[in-house]
Every structure is written in C-alpha cells, then in structure tokens.
Design a protein around this ligand. Structure first.
Ligand SMILES: CC(C)(COP(=O)(O)OP(=O)(O)OC[C@H]1O[C@@H](n2cnc3c(N)ncnc32)[C@H](O)[C@@H]1OP(=O)(O)O)[C@@H](O)C(=O)NCCC(=O)NCCS
Length: 168
C-alpha cells in the first residue's frame, strides 16, 4: 500500500509474537497471542476479516520492518463508519510513526473504503494515544466514565472521531 503500511503477512508471525509479549500489549489483542501458532492464527484472522470487509489491519513499517499495527475494524456499511485502533512496539515509539500511520489509514478508510466517520477511544491515562488521535485529526467527542475494567480497576475513556468532511 505504501512504505508506511502494508497488510500483515504470514511470515510476520515471529514479530507479532514478540510484540504481544511486551508489557501491557496482551490487551491490544482480542485473543491471546502466546505462541507462534497463535500469532499465525491472528494474521490468518486478519485476512479473513479483510475478505469479509469487516476489518483492515496493516503492519506499520519502519524501514520496511513491521513495528506496529494500525487497523480499521467494525466496518459498518450501513452508517459508513469504522473503528481505528493501533499499537507500536516499544522500540519504535516516539518517532511519530503512529501518528503518520493513523493519518494514512484514515485516508485509506475514506478514499478506498468509502467510509464517512472514523472513531477511536483511549483510556484517559494514555496520553500518547490521545496525542496520536489529535495529531491525525480526530476531534475529542467526550469521556465515557468507568468504561473499561482491567484487573479490578475501572478506567474512563475518551472518544475521538474524524469525519471525511473534517478539514485536517
Ligand atoms: C499509543 C502509541 C501507539 C503511540 O505510538 P508512538 O509511535 O509513540 O506515537 P508517536 O510517536 O506518533 O507520538 C504521538 C505523540 O504522543 C506523545 N507521547 C508519547 N509518549 C507520551 C507520554 N507518555 N505522555 C504524553 N505524550 C506522549 C509524543 O510526544 C507525540 O506527541 P506530539 O504529536 O504532540 O509530538 C504507543 O505508545 C503504544 O503502542 N502504546 C501501547 C498500546 C496503546 O496504548 N495503543 C492505543 C490504545 S487506545
């Protein structure tokens, strides 16, 4: 797709496995990725979802090497909306890659998928994710109180959205 984003490939499984083992990264995966086979299954699942037109996930590339994930999921053809999510490997953070990749997937979702509204949310105690959203043109839409529950603790989240008509 570009030198920044490309679909995940089966050969990326070891990288996905290593990423999932980094601190707090297990929460970024809907199923546990704790073996090479699980990483391969995750990549295969992404391919199925792409074929079903429900989600499009891309490896974020740094000099051609996958260092993160940028996805539009919950693709809703009735309302022309989608949900953006992302993670970066620790070594690749702080270089502006997530923000650039979030802008790139937004352009993909608007122009290639024909979507109108993209949403995302982050925990209030995740300022880096908030900066990515704002930097990619996602306006703040509000706080949802005690939305998530992790290890017995509830977390507020903030929702952002970007419309195809927004001037960014
Ligand atoms: C959130 C995440 C994807 C950001 O990736 P990244 O590649 O470091 O993002 P960028 O380099 O594009 O930086 C984005 C901004 O965050 C800021 N930032 C980074 N760490 C920060 C921190 N701890 N506190 C405040 N701001 C921070 C950067 O300064 C930058 O700000 P700027 O745009 O004003 O210059 C990455 O930290 C990550 O993968 N975290 C774990 C998974 C996660 O939280 N995913 C999002 C779930 S909602």
């Amino acid at each position: 797709m570009s030198n920044l984003l490309r679909p995940w490939l089966p050969s990326d499984a070891p990288i996905v496995l290593a990423a999932a083992a980094e601190p707090e990264m297990d929460r970024q995966f809907t199923t546990p990725v704790d073996s090479l086979a699980a990483a391969q299954d995750w990549i295969a699942m992404l391919e199925e979802r792409r074929d079903q037109d429900t989600a499009y996930a891309f490896a974020v590339l740094d000099d051609g090497v996958p260092v993160g994930n940028m996805a539009v999921s919950q693709v809703e053809r009735r309302h022309l909306s989608g949900w953006i999510s992302y993670w970066m490997r620790e070594e690749a953070r702080g270089k502006g890659l997530a923000t650039r990749a979030c802008r790139a997937i937004s352009e993909f979702a608007f122009t290639e998928l024909g979507l109108f509204r993209l949403e995302l949310a982050h925990r209030l105690d995740n300022p880096a994710s908030c900066r990515v959203a704002v930097g990619a043109g996602f306006r703040r839409e509000g706080v949802e109180r005690a939305k998530l529950l992790y290890d017995g603790v509830r977390y507020d989240t903030e929702t952002h959205a970007r419309l195809v008509t927004d001037q960014v």
